[in-house]
Write a protein that binds this ligand. Structure first.
Ligand SMILES: Cc1cc2nc3c(=O)[nH]c(=O)nc-3n(C[C@H](O)[C@H](O)[C@H](O)COP(=O)(O)O)c2cc1C
Length: 165
């Protein structure tokens, strides 16, 4: 799959197969996250990899809409220190999700609404927070990925030279 097709067909998917992610593929996903550029090259983003079913359940309980995390083969908590910018973490997260999708592995972010719960459960050092936890797994082919889903039109999203309207 070429890069553009990978980007435009990536959907946030919550229905998964009960199939492990190969270790080599997981390493490639993490390396893709590592290669994201960051503000002033500070490389602030850290990841916590979750494979244990009980751990995934405990972390899912820190979010309001994370029911899909326990059924995913792997969770990756994307973490930042207080000084880290969300854009840096976002670039790493999207790199990982796109690298995964290029290998046929679906994903969906989970917000951690209870930060205290998430940071405690993940054992983060003082001052760190969880930006998002990525659920990663092979998608269940029986469930539609809504590849035909529409986004807002470019006429609404993009302006030429100056914001108009
Ligand atoms: C920062 C962020 C947090 C998100 N948190 C959740 C979440 O807690 N639970 C969930 O099911 N989806 C979550 N999502 C996924 C969004 O619901 C999804 O991106 C949106 O519905 C578009 O989905 P699509 O790409 O499949 O069209 C999150 C997405 C982002 C970017």
């Amino acid at each position: 799959m070429d890069a553009y097709r990978c980007i435009v067909t990536k959907r946030d998917t919550r229905a998964y197969l009960d199939k492990p992610i190969e270790e080599e593929k997981l390493q490639k996903i993490l390396l893709a996250g590592r290669m994201a550029g960051s503000s002033k090259d500070t490389q602030p983003t850290r990841m916590v990899v979750l494979r244990d079913p009980q751990r995934k359940k405990e972390v899912a309980a820190c979010g309001n809409y994370a029911e899909h995390l326990p059924s995913a083969a792997v969770g990756i908590a994307v973490c930042l220190p207080q000084t880290g910018g969300d854009f840096d973490a976002g670039r790493s997260a999207q790199n990982m999700m796109l690298a995964a999708w290029s290998m046929g592995i679906a994903s969906c972010p989970c917000s951690m609404h209870d930060q205290e719960c998430a940071t405690k459960t993940l054992g983060l050092p003082e001052g760190y927070r969880v930006v998002v936890v990525l659920a990663l797994a092979y998608p269940d082919p029986a469930v539609s990925m809504h590849l035909d889903k529409k986004r807002l039109g470019l006429e609404e999203l993009a302006h030429e030279e100056r914001w108009r309207g």
